[in-house]
Design a binder for this molecule. Structure first.
Ligand SMILES: Cc1cc2nc3c(=O)[nH]c(=O)nc-3n(C[C@H](O)[C@H](O)[C@H](O)COP(=O)(O)O)c2cc1C
Length: 370
């Protein structure tokens, strides 16, 4: 399984894994893929710095990437407090009422209260880039648009290629015009922010539209070696997977050290029909696991979600309370349709070995069918 991108990054397999967990990202890189750490959750640059030092020390010298979020269109500045004032009382009352109805316990007295994900403010995302460039990222990826030109230039000055997610051909073309090196073609079935075109249609569309101007990674719905073979057959130079790593043994964010967390139990039980695309997580359409929390927001008495970044500021403490709880029926979590095939907790290395073995068998089978 070698492509232009696996050769460019010096990795064994062109399997790029997005994850908010440094433990998962490091394990992906150690297993021969390229682990990409989601930075949006780091409101404190010192914490990101310490986490990337840990990545430097725990990846056996193998390359890893970072993912930042610089949306093309959101308020770029403002403190959490300023932004707080823009949240209507009706929305706050709905969130409080819903948490009570769903039996979500309040935070303990000593808990630090979440301020909302500020990582998608440009000022914070720029600090992520500055911190990351002092380490050894092999890739900087951006969700929700092309990074600003000066950020792309800065990455290039450090010899770091830039990737950006695209859910439509025109976004992909714009990324390349703006200087992005690798386009991640993200189909509708993906977890997190997603457009409206399915992977099967989108991947070859973007590959054909870009030609030789940029390499394409296929994202959205991948969880098997057969799907990786399909992605490469459709012209992609590798795959970018997100949801599948949520049920790995290394994924520990917000959970206990032993046994699956409530979030993982919910993911293990879900079928491919148990996701919903909604604006309630961030203000922009994102695919989430369908639970009593998403159901409450779909009821006629629910208010319309606020624009980014206000919606996340509104729900961040609710997310914190839900994560601290232990009810798998009340979960607030991005997840893609591949969740239906996430049925056991396994180590990252075992998953990558299985992806590669199934890819090889698939290519052999296709070869025999010539
Ligand atoms: C829990 C979760 C959080 C995500 N957060 C981000 C993010 O912060 N930045 C980003 O570029 N993509 C994010 N994504 C999208 C992934 O990078 C990836 O494109 C997507 O998961 C691929 O589709 P799949 O879920 O079907 O594998 C997230 C996905 C998940 C499941």
């Amino acid at each position: 399984m070698q492509t232009d991108l696996s050769k460019k990054f010096g990795i064994d397999y062109p399997i790029f894994g997005f994850t908010p967990s440094e433990h998962v990202a490091a394990a992906i890189s150690r297993a021969g893929g390229l682990g990409v750490l989601g930075c949006v959750r780091f409101n404190d640059p010192d914490e990101l710095d310490a986490t990337l030092t840990w990545m430097d020390d725990n990846t056996d010298g193998k390359p890893y990437g970072v993912d930042i979020v610089m949306p093309a269109k959101v308020p770029t500045e403002g403190s959490a407090v300023d932004l707080d004032k823009l949240i209507p009382a009706e929305h706050r009352a709905f969130v409080d009422r819903t948490l009570t109805e769903l039996g979500v316990p309040p935070l303990g007295d000593d808990a630090e209260h979440a301020t909302g994900v500020l990582g998608w403010l440009h000022s914070v995302a720029r600090s992520h880039v500055d911190v990351a460039l002092a380490h050894r990222p092999a890739l900087i990826a951006n969700a929700l648009g092309s990074p600003p030109k000066d950020v792309i230039d800065l990455a290039h000055e450090h010899g770091v290629p830039v990737a950006a997610l695209a859910g439509a051909v025109d976004h992909a073309k714009r990324h390349v015009e703006n200087g992005v090196d690798i386009v991640i073609a993200q189909g509708y079935e993906a977890g997190g922010h997603t457009g409206e075109i399915a992977s099967m249609v989108l991947w070859p569309e973007i590959v054909d539209a870009l030609g030789d101007s940029a390499s394409v990674l296929a994202a959205g719905g991948i969880g098997s070696g057969r799907q990786i073979a399909a992605a490469l057959a459709l012209g992609a130079s590798g795959v970018w997977m997100g949801s599948y790593w949520l049920t790995t043994s290394e994924y520990k964010l917000g959970g206990a050290d032993k046994g699956p967390t409530a979030i993982q139990r919910a993911l293990l039980a879900a079928t491919s029909a148990d996701t919903v695309r909604s604006r309630i997580y961030s203000g922009k359409p994102a695919r989430l696991l369908k639970t009593k929390w998403t159901d409450a927001w779909a009821k006629p008495d629910a208010p319309a979600p606020l624009p980014m970044p206000l919606q996340n500021i509104l729900v961040s403490e609710a997310h914190q309370r839900i994560s601290a709880g232990s009810d798998p029926e009340v979960v607030a979590m991005p997840a893609g349709q591949i969740v239906g095939r996430m049925n056991e907790i396994r180590p990252v290395a075992e998953i990558i070995a299985e992806l590669v073995a199934e890819y090889d068998r698939t290519v052999d089978r296709l070869d025999a069918a010539r």
